[in-house]
Design a binder for this molecule. Structure first.
Ligand code: COI
Length: 356
């Protein structure tokens, strides 16, 4: 993989010495952008294949004002994490799943996408080039943000003529300001995140613009985030602004990611498999608000949020709390099982981790 900033810098190979850690406050990482050293950029024309990707210095990119992404929102993103293990090795978690999901989303909004191999190789190169920004074990992770966008100019509504695949990274800690403490959600009854036949089931950038109004209002009232309902019956759970939702009521139950309105989360899918391997019965089906409010435990899953326990849910002014002293037993057990795999603290019998 080449680096086109004109320097003689070579991407560190797994056997090269670990670079000195970046000089930041590793004990107080949140989920905000910290500029790192390199980003990866690869381009192609519509109806052609991506090629000639390269690392370049992290920084602003140039776009024509008529770029497809700026005018018509033709863009997708992904999110995955790299962890530094105690032996100094770096672990990625199921990067090929992100590549496949990006392909699925690209097909939905008429974009070419990198092959799974190109995606994974680009992720590895970007992580290695930014190794000094990977938090030490136990301090957080390196969040990896692949983007795919219509970067070519277009005026009438149509697929852009040129596409850019870009990856940047940032060291992160906990997503919610509550840290590991349970979050407080409010159910949104007026606005919806997705509609049947729309793009809720793929990771288009527009899905996230659609949640900002309700999310901002909820945060202003002191809630951590918003839980959305389906737009047809207005009674079944869909997901939170940036994550999927599970309830514990006898079995583990999560909302179905097969109808195109709920994002098929990779953490969601992993938690289902981990739970089944630990003897839980897992159901993927509609969950009504009534059932949610009657649950024993509720938690959210996502790359950014990992497994976040929910302490309370407010619906039409009624507040229901879960557990008396914090994190529920099942949430704790599944959080610990999943993160032990991701951080390389447990043997990966699932074959999910990729070591760099
Ligand atoms: C992720 O978990 O990677 C996400 O996509 C959430 C992001 C919107 C912060």
């Amino acid at each position: 993989c080449s680096i086109n900033d004109g320097s003689a810098f070579q991407v560190a190979s797994p056997s090269s010495a670990t670079p000195e850690l970046a000089d930041i406050d590793w004990d107080n990482l949140g989920f905000g952008i910290i500029p790192t050293d390199y980003m990866y950029v690869m381009k192609c024309y519509l109806d052609e294949n991506f090629s000639k990707g390269a690392l370049q210095r992290f920084g602003n990119i140039e776009l024509n004002p008529s770029a497809g992404i700026l005018n018509y929102g033709q863009g997708l993103f992904e999110g995955l994490k790299a962890y530094k293990r105690h032996d100094g090795n770096i672990l990625l978690f199921r990067p090929e799943e992100n590549a496949l999901r990006m392909k699925m989303g690209a097909e939905r909004i008429c974009m070419p996408s990198p092959s799974v191999e190109q995606f994974v190789e680009a992720v590895k190169a970007t992580v290695l080039a930014n190794e000094r920004w990977i938090p030490p074990p136990g301090k957080g992770s390196l969040y990896i943000r692949p983007l795919l966008m219509g970067s070519g100019s277009v005026l009438g509504v149509a697929p852009a003529p040129e596409y850019t695949f870009l990856i940047y990274v940032s060291p992160v800690g906990n997503y919610f300001k509550e840290g590991m403490a349970p979050i407080n959600l409010v159910i949104e009854t007026e606005m919806h995140r997705a509609t049947p036949g729309g793009t809720g089931g793929v990771k288009t950038i527009g899905n996230y613009a659609a949640v900002l109004k309700a999310q901002s209002a909820a945060k202003a009232k002191g809630y951590s985030d918003v839980l959305y309902l389906d737009s047809v019956n207005k009674r079944y759970l869909e997901e939170v602004s940036s994550c999927n939702v599970f309830i514990v009521k006898g079995n583990l139950i999560t909302t179905p990611a097969t109808k195109g309105t709920i994002l098929p989360g990779i953490t969601r899918k992993s938690i289902i498999d981990v739970a089944r391997s630990q003897g839980f019965q897992v159901e993927e089906r509609h969950v009504s608000v009534d059932e949610l409010l009657d649950a024993d435990e509720v938690f959210c899953t996502g790359t950014a949020v990992v497994v976040s326990p929910v302490g309370s849910i407010t619906h039409l002014g009624r507040r229901v709390t879960y557990g008396s002293d914090g994190v529920g037993r099942v949430s704790k057990q599944l959080y610990s099982a999943l993160t032990s795999l991701q951080m390389g603290l447990a043997t990966d019998n699932m074959g999910w981790t990729v070591e760099l």
